[in-house]
Design a protein around this ligand. Sequence first.
Ligand SMILES: Nc1ncnc2c1ncn2[C@@H]1O[C@H](COP(=O)(O)OP(=O)(O)O)[C@@H](O)[C@H]1O
Ligand SMILES: [Mg+2]
Length: 354
Amino acid sequence: MAKVEIESLSKRYGENFVVKDLSIDIPQGEFLVLLGPSGCGKTTTLRMIAGFVEPSAGRILLAGRDVTTLPPWKRNTGLVFQSYALFPHLSVEENVAFGLEMRKVSPAERRAAVSEALRLVRLEGFGARLPRQLSGGQQQRVALARALAFRPDVLLLDEPLSNLDAKLREEVRVEIRELQQKLGLTTVMVTHDQDEALSMADRLVVMAQGEARQIGTQHDLYERPADRFVAGFVGRSNFLDGGAAPDGLFLSTGGLRIACASRARGKGTLALRPEAVSVGPEAACLDNSFEGVVEYISYLGSVLDVRVRLSPQDRIIVQIANRSGEVLPKMGDTLKIGWPATAGRVFPEEGVSR
Ligand SMILES: Nc1ncnc2c1ncn2[C@@H]1O[C@H](COP(=O)(O)OP(=O)(O)O)[C@@H](O)[C@H]1O
Ligand SMILES: [Mg+2]
C-alpha cells in the first residue's frame, strides 16, 4: 500500500499533448477514478503510472520513491486491462502466477500467493481451467487476481467492467470496491462511464483533452462544477446561452431574464439541473418562473423527462416524478415551470477564463 504523487505529468506525441500538466496526490488507500470522454488521455495516464508509457515531462512518486524512469516490473503496480489480457493457453493458476514469475518469487511462495489471490476473488477451485472455460465475469476476476497476487502498492484498473453486461457490471463494481476497501489498496481506475465513476470513487478527476478540469468528491463535482464541461459530464445540466444584463440578471439568447445567486458578468452559459426545476402552480412563487410548451416526453418509469420550450432559442428538460393518480403532461401542453435563483450557475464563455 502506498500513496501516489503525480507531479506536472505530460505526454506528447509529436506536437500533440495527450496528457498535459497533470498533478494529483493520491493518499494511501484512496479509490481515485479518472473520468472523461474517450480519447481524453486516461489510459495514457494510467500506463505512465504503470511504467508502460514514458512521460514527456513531470514525475511519478510511489510511496515517496521517484519511479518515473523505472520499468514496470520495478514499480510494484498491478494493472488490469479492459480486455483482461489473459493468456489463452495458460490455466487460471498459471495466468495468476505470471507476474510472480516475472518478479522471481520462489515456487512455494508463488503457490501460496496464487491460491490467496484466487480466494480473494472467489475463484477457489478454478485454478486448472483455461480462460475460455470461464464466463466474462470470471475472466475479469482472474485478471484482478493476477494484479493482486504480488501484493501491489497500487492497483490500476483500465475500464475493467466495460466488457461485462449491465447486470454483472453492477455486481463486479461492488466486489471490486469491497475488495479494495478490505485490502486498503490505493487504486486508480479509468472509466468514461459516469455512473460507474460516481458509484465507486472516493474522489474523481474529470479529464478533457489531456487536462484535469476538476478533482474532487462526487458532491464537489455535482454541487460545484468548475466549468461547463464538468457540469455537463457529471450528472445532467440544462444549458442556456446568454450574458449579463445591465442590472446583473442573466439574459438568455431567447430573451429570458433569469435571477442567479451571483451577478452575471459578460457572456456565459447558465447551467441548471433538471431536478432543480419545479413544475405546476408552485413554480409561480419561485425567483424564476416561466411558461413553456411541452415538446418532447421521455417516459423512464419512475420519472419522466419533459422537454419544455421557453422561447425559440431556449428549451430545458425538467424531471417529473411519476406518482400514481397525478395527471402527467402531454405533448403540446403549456406548462408553468420555475426555479430558485440559487439553482442556476453561470459559467463564463469557454476559453475566456476558467
Ligand atoms: N502511441 C501513441 N501515439 C500517438 N497518439 C497516441 C498514442 N497513444 C495514444 N494516443 C492518442 O492519445 C489520445 C489519448 O489516448 P488515451 O489515453 O488512450 O485516451 P482514453 O483512454 O481517455 O480514451 C488519443 O487521441 C490517442 O489517439
Ligand atoms: Mg482508454
